[in-house]
Design a protein around this ligand. Structure first.
Ligand code: 8CM
Length: 364
């Protein structure tokens, strides 16, 4: 029977449990390159017992970075650092995953702890973001992205494919494309952010084309035996929440046909003023509806912090995997705590042997 601490297999990959360390930007890279910070950060999460450790949103091109500190895999010289991190995750017993994406009109900002605002034009490091249309993510902002040409659209899809190929070369076994949170792919779907009049704008089919073409381009390089997944913003809260969810279901059906294996169900966040009803576990009912309507396995995150509830969501088949971010940041060994909370007899076995051996007598 499925449970939070039971193994999970998707295609050729088996996770030791259903706890996922969600992709969390560290903003500590330089020129996209990983360093000691990332190496220890991801190893600690893997040693803590998570089944899948996702490396943070990694840019497919320099202009696709949220900040100058984003990780990137847009050239061969960046592969080695990722290979070391992927290996460190794997030897600790987790499956190494990676989220790749392009920040679109949300690119070129300072780190959140420095305000998160667009870098001023006077900053020598500032760059102009690209987006489906020249519309800012903050109404009235002078920080406008340039509208992508058809050539830029095609090149960006290729950037996704090349980055996926490098992620594979680095040893990652689970790939997530970022189709949420108001970043480039999500804005193509948005009627407000995308006012194009060519084949990438207008009807839902046209607005979804960029996402589908991107999946097809990635599929040409990502092997069939490894999961190809998306983080998808399924609902835009506000007056049109249900309408946005219905559109998402249609697009997710097309993405399934294009070859997506799993959906990490998340938020739209195209507009900074979206009235998100933050509450414990609030995305789970949406994830369950996606699972039932689309017939693909799903995961969700956002304010899921309680082991018993997370376990109940898996047992009820509302979620296949549970993504944790701040819960694992505050305690990377939380999977062990979850096993204790769930009354699992050999709770220590969640951890690698050099830890579990010494902790063995903890529970009795
Ligand atoms: C970073 C900043 C903002 C976001 C993000 C990330 C990283 C991963 C993700 O979403 O899924 O919305």
């Amino acid at each position: 029977m499925a449970s939070l601490l039971a193994p999970y297999t998707l295609k050729g990959v088996t996770l030791r449990n259903r706890i996922v360390s969600s992709p969390m930007c560290q903003y500590q890279a330089r020129n996209g390159l990983l360093n000691e910070w990332h190496q220890t950060h991801y190893e600690v999460l893997a040693k803590g017992g998570a089944g899948l450790v996702m490396v943070e949103l990694t840019a497919v091109s320099p202009r696709g970075r949220i900040t100058l500190g984003d990780t990137g895999l847009w050239c061969e010289s960046q592969v080695q650092g990722f290979a070391e991190v992927a290996y460190g995750i794997k030897v600790a017993g987790s499956v190494p995953g990676i989220q790749i994406g392009h920040a679109g009109r949300k690119a070129g900002c300072s780190a959140p702890w420095l305000g998160g605002a667009p870098l001023p034009d006077s900053d020598p490091n500032a760059w102009q973001p690209i987006a489906p249309s020249a519309i800012s993510f903050m109404a009235g902002s002078p920080h406008l992205p340039s509208a992508m040409t058809l050539e830029e659209i095609e090149r960006t899809q290729q950037d996704f494919a090349h980055t996926a190929a490098r992620a594979l070369e680095a040893g990652f076994e689970w790939l997530e494309l970022h189709f949420a949170h108001g970043f480039l792919c999500q804005t193509f779907l948005s009627r407000q952010a995308n006012i194009r009049t060519d084949r990438y704008g207008g009807s839902l089919e046209n607005r979804a084309r960029f996402l589908i073409d991107t999946v097809l381009a990635v599929k040409r390089v990502w092997p069939e035996h490894l999961p190809l997944t998306v983080r998808f913003g399924v609902v835009e809260f506000g007056q049109e929440a249900e309408a946005s969810f219905s559109e998402s279901i249609q697009v997710l059906g097309w993405l399934k046909e294009a070859g997506v294996d799993f959906i990490d169900v998340s938020l739209v966040l195209s507009d900074v003023n979206e009235p998100v009803p933050w509450a414990a576990n609030f995305m789970v009912p949406y994830a369950e509806r996606v699972r039932t309507s689309i017939g693909l396995p799903v995961g969700a995150s956002w304010l899921i912090t309680d082991a018993l509830q997370a376990d109940a969501f898996v047992r009820a088949e509302h979620l296949d995997l549970v993504f944790f971010a701040r819960t694992l940041l505050s305690n990377p060994h939380w999977p062990f705590q979850a096993a204790l909370d769930l009354g699992i007899v050999d709770a220590c076995s969640v951890l690698p042997i050099p830890y579990s051996y010494w902790l063995e007598n903890w529970t009795h």
